[in-house]
Design a protein. Structure first.
Ligand code: LM2
Ligand code: CA
Length: 452
């Protein structure tokens, strides 16, 4: 399911948006590994244009690993350090385009020069598609895949030379030990081109998850891309938002019409949707956002990625303190800036829950027709979610073995006794949750990203 399971650690991923390589490395050791995440998705590692906006990361200048987030040596150290903590790195691969034509020429974060149709030593005019206008009609397949996305120079991914060059970049990352790739802007690249690029990799079976923003009525859909990887299921995040915003009693139907569970990457939000009002929740939703994460991690659908970025008021603004060539290290003690969602006890508890209930399906679903739901995961787990403004008290019927369980959601580790009929009684606070699981006493080991 999704990225390869790491024995005893499941496959849950964490997206550390705009975290520097050295801060990711430190966090893997101190927090991410011990919390039971299997993967970290990082921001694009290649050289890009200078500037303080976060989105400079998405304007490649060269494939040297010299970015605002760190050097090649720092990247390598992050991969090694995370791997030692049991965590694989998923790199964000920006291969549809290079820099914006509107920006003209300049010098990248690693000192490489660039211009329109001109990336010395890498690409020239023959490397780009013939269409030089911007995409305006998402109903036109040719335009979406061959013209410029917001003026970004569109690579001729149909050509062998460009495919070889992109594969060389991805192979370089594989040689450093990355475990998989988030494929940026896949909708803008024909699926066959992506398959041809993937076949050139040193490990053609490496995990890929495509970013294809599915939209009803458009000709290009996420399901087209399953030949070379999984696809992110944006509709899941939109559905999650509407349930959490209204009533969650019907949330069991959240996956109706979506990609098959074993091919869908899911998230509550990502770096685009959290700031662009693309119909998802974001950290500004407070406790409801946490509950959305609790549901995603509790419910057996898709391959989940928890999102952890920084607080913003301006859609374009990079991490506070950024310069044209460097982003300051992330720090969870700096709560004014970093959301550090992955440090919330509710989320860490639910990562443990998901790992503990792996392989089970939903049992004993109950809901009150409004905002109070509860369900089991076979004889391994049971979760209660209260998306209402008042505390709820109830005796729940589980499929758990009798015994004492520690609530994985509450920071204080409240204990509950499940009786010989599988019942327990609890009070769950407003916008609160509770999760009981049969948790293995020793955390699993295992190395992520070993070629499967
Ligand atoms: C993606 N997936 O398909 C990324 O997830 C998304 O974050 C990227 O857009 C986009 N595709 C290209 O990789 C971001 C950002 C844009 C930004 C681009 C390029 O959302 O705002 O565009 O990165 O940096 C910016 C300006 C835009 C300008 C463009 C080119 O906002 O006005 O277009 O640069 O200079 C003239
Ligand atoms: Ca394209």
């Amino acid at each position: 399911l999704g990225a390869p399971e790491v024995p005893g650690r499941g496959s849950t991923a964490l997206n550390l948006f705009q975290w520097t390589w050295s801060s990711v490395a430190a966090e893997c050791t101190s927090t991410i590994g011990p919390a039971g995440f299997a993967y970290v998705q990082v921001s694009p590692p290649q050289e890009h244009i200078q500037g303080t906006a976060w989105w400079t990361s998405y304007q490649p200048v060269s494939y040297r690993l010299e970015s605002k987030l760190g050097t090649r040596a720092e990247f390598k150290n992050m991969v090694d350090t995370c791997r030692a903590a049991g965590v694989g790195i998923i790199a964000d691969a920006v291969i549809n385009h290079m820099t914006g034509a509107d920006a003209g020429s300049g010098t990248g974060t690693g000192g490489s020069t660039f211009g329109v149709d001109n990336f010395p030593g890498i690409y020239d005019a023959s490397s780009f598609n013939d269409c030089r206008s911007n995409i305006s009609n998402y109903g036109d397949r040719y335009q979406v895949q061959n013209c410029r996305l917001v003026s970004l120079q569109d690579l001729r991914t149909g050509s062998n030379a460009v495919r070889d060059r992109i594969a060389a970049y991805l192979n370089d990352l594989l040689s450093l030990g990355v475990a998989g790739f988030r494929m940026d802007a896949s909708k803008h690249i024909p699926a066959a081109d992506l398959e041809a690029i993937k076949s050139r990799l040193s490990n053609p079976n490496v995990f890929w998850v495509h970013e294809v923003i599915g939209s009803a009525g458009e000709p290009i859909q996420p399901s087209e891309y399953l030949g070379s990887g999984d696809s992110h299921e944006f509709q899941y995040a939109r559905n999650l938002k509407s349930y959490m915003d209204g009533s969650i009693a019907g949330i069991r139907g959240i996956t109706n019409g979506l990609l098959p569970s074993d091919r869908a990457g899911v998230f509550v939000d990502n770096h685009d949707t959290e700031r662009d009002g693309h119909g998802t929740m974001n950290y500004q939703w407070g406790q409801k956002y946490i509950l959305g994460n609790v549901f995603m991690l509790a419910y057996p659908y898709g391959w989940p990625t928890v999102y952890s970025g920084y607080k913003f008021t301006d859609r374009d603004a990079g991490v506070p303190g950024s310069t044209a060539t460097r982003v300051p290290d992330a720090s969870c003690s700096n709560t004014a800036v970093w959301t550090c969602m992955h440090r919330k006890p509710e989320i860490q508890g639910m990562v443990k829950f998901r790992n503990a209930v792996s392989g089970t399906s939903v049992t004993s679903w109950w809901d009150d027709g409004n905002n109070h739901i509860a369900f089991g995961r076979g004889d391994k787990g049971y979760v209660v979610i209260n998306n209402g403004a008042n505390a709820v008290t109830r005796t729940y019927q589980t499929s758990l073995p009798a015994g004492e369980y520690t609530d994985l959601v509450s920071a204080t580790g409240t204990r509950y006794t499940v009786d010989s009929s599988g019942r327990f009684t609890a009070t769950v606070p407003q916008y609160g949750a509770l999760a009981l699981a049969v948790v293995a006493s020793t955390p699993g080991g295992g190395e992520p990203g070993d070629p499967g």
